[in-house]
Design a protein around this ligand. Structure first.
Ligand SMILES: Cc1ncc(COP(=O)(O)O)c(C=O)c1O
Length: 473
């Protein structure tokens, strides 16, 4: 223990030594000071609290006499076990961990949110980290631009223009620690009267954030062409949240006709906006890249959101939004006192990583790796047709698996989980529970090709689904 903060009441009738004694004793009883913990030396505590040495000595002597602490010659004072003291009742914080949170053994993790960690460019990242952590960058220890440092926003703007056709200047970009952290900020600037339409099925986190912050959300069905814009038009929604390049979780792409219809909807009222979540557009394996809605928008109607969670790592917690110029001033006014939620050191490591072309190199490499994993998975699943079909295999790190059986989604889910196979069923992502073929999200980003094959085999064995073509003898 470096120091003990004790708020001393100098005007109190209780002597200072007793106030110090009381607080240390209580912290030991409450378990805040664990057995064996070393207390600060008398001299250190005297300096820190601005009291005389005698005051500290009297407090420590009293604690020693009562057995709460003991002195070890030439070492210092240590907290003693108090269970043996019959006159104190430990009131330890007995925070219990719900059993559900304790890890069940997972043999195959098909969650959609894991990424490949084996091919992360550690060497390059370490180099930029070392470069940034240099005394010449001492200014990075101080607070930076509340919207994110310009160097990073400049790199993001360049990248977005070249790879996503997003038309913006760095000043429009706000960097924040994750999409889920940026959304509440957006909600605040969009005002209390905003009504949020969300995709159904859709990303759970967004639904959660919108309902937590604003109450009601309006679910809009998603079909083969993406969000049903006609259904959106019939609601009183003012904001539409969409994942147009790769709908989460179905994997569909918003068709050209619906894109135009959506933009027209937004243009029909000055209060209407589209939130475009472009979370994993880097990983498209077939067809031409899908241009961003933001790039098509001529009326400052699209708020573009994206993240480094899929493209680099979820733990870094860096995402960004591109605000239309007319919302920028509202944002500035609303958040003048806020500092950036992303550490500057991380921002600069990332900015250098991007500026040197390492990010593009990493994306090209990962695209090949994920494409190969997608191929392995879908090839393997093909041998289980027609009971097993799949969709959403043109992009991203998950597919939707459909099981044509008379068993229910819930039954299949439970069987998989009991066998240590982590998957998520489609109904979890739905607001309106329509009847459909049992379907599951199968994420493969974090699995090796071998694990994909054995995981799929194990899953189908558990579900008692056999390959369509028996191996030839
Ligand atoms: C639809 C969607 N949006 C955004 C994200 C990323 O969110 P964050 O930036 O908070 O990690 C994900 C991650 O899985 C996602 O699926």
């Amino acid at each position: 223990m470096d120091m003990i903060f004790i708020e001393l009441q100098k005007n109190s009738n209780m002597p200072l030594y007793q106030q110090i004694y009381n607080q240390i004793k209580q912290d030991i009883i409450d378990g805040k000071f664990p057995v064996g913990m070393k207390l600060p030396s008398k001299r250190q505590l005297e300096d820190f609290l601005g009291v005389s040495q005698t005051t500290i000595e009297m407090a420590y002597d009293q604690l020693t006499a009562e057995g709460f602490i003991a002195a070890e010659p030439r070492k210092g004072y240590y907290v003693q076990a108090i269970e043996e003291l019959s006159y104190v009742q430990p009131t330890k914080n007995t925070l219990s961990i719900p059993t559900k949170m304790l890890n069940e053994p997972v043999h195959y993790d098909f969650s959609a949110n894991s990424i490949d960690t084996e091919h992360f460019p550690f060497t390059a990242w370490r180099k930029y980290a070392r470069d940034v952590m240099d005394p010449s960058n001492a200014h990075l220890l101080l607070l930076g631009d509340p919207h994110g440092d310009f160097e990073l926003r400049q790199e993001i703007a360049r990248y977005l223009y070249h790879s996503r056709g997003v038309d913006c200047v760095p000043e429009q970009i706000i960097v924040g620690s994750g999409t889920e952290q940026l959304l509440p900020l957006l909600i605040r600037i969009l005002g209390k009267d905003a009504q949020y339409a969300i995709e159904d099925p859709g990303y759970l986190m967004t639904r959660h954030v919108f309902s937590e912050n604003n109450g009601q959300t309006i679910p809009i069905a998603v079909d083969q062409e993406g969000l049903d814009v006609k259904a959106l038009q019939r609601t009183n929604a003012t904001i539409a949240y969409v994942t147009p390049s790769h709908q989460f979780p179905t994997g569909t792409v918003l068709s050209a006709a619906r894109r135009t219809a959506l933009l027209n909807w937004a243009t029909s009222n000055s209060e209407f906006f589209i939130i475009e979540d472009d979370y994993d557009s880097e990983f498209r394996y077939r067809g031409r890249p899908i241009p961003s809605l933001q790039g098509m928008d001529k009326g400052e109607k699209v708020i573009y959101l994206s993240t480094f969670t899929k493209s680099l790592m979820p733990s870094m917690r860096i995402a960004y939004m591109v605000l239309p110029p007319r919302l920028l001033e509202t944002y500035r006014q609303a958040f003048i006192p806020y500092s950036s939620s992303v550490p500057r050191i991380d921002q600069h490591i990332l900015a250098r990583f991007m500026a040197d072309g390492q990010f593009s190199r990493h994306l090209n490499r990962m695209r090949k790796i994920y494409r190969q994993k997608m191929y392995t998975l879908t090839e393997y699943l093909t041998s289980y047709k027609p009971i097993v079909t799949f969709s959403g295999d043109e992009a991203g790190m998950h597919i939707l698996l459909h099981i044509h059986t008379d068993r229910t989604e819930q039954e299949l889910l439970e069987q998989a989980l009991q066998a240590g196979i982590k998957i998520h069923n489609l109904h979890t992502y739905k607001v309106i529970q329509t009847r459909s073929v049992p379907s599951f999200l199968l994420g493969f980003g974090g699995l090796s090709e071998d694990d994909i094959r054995t995981g799929v085999d194990t899953l189908f064995r558990v579900w008692n689904i056999k390959k369509a073509t028996a191996p030839t003898q």
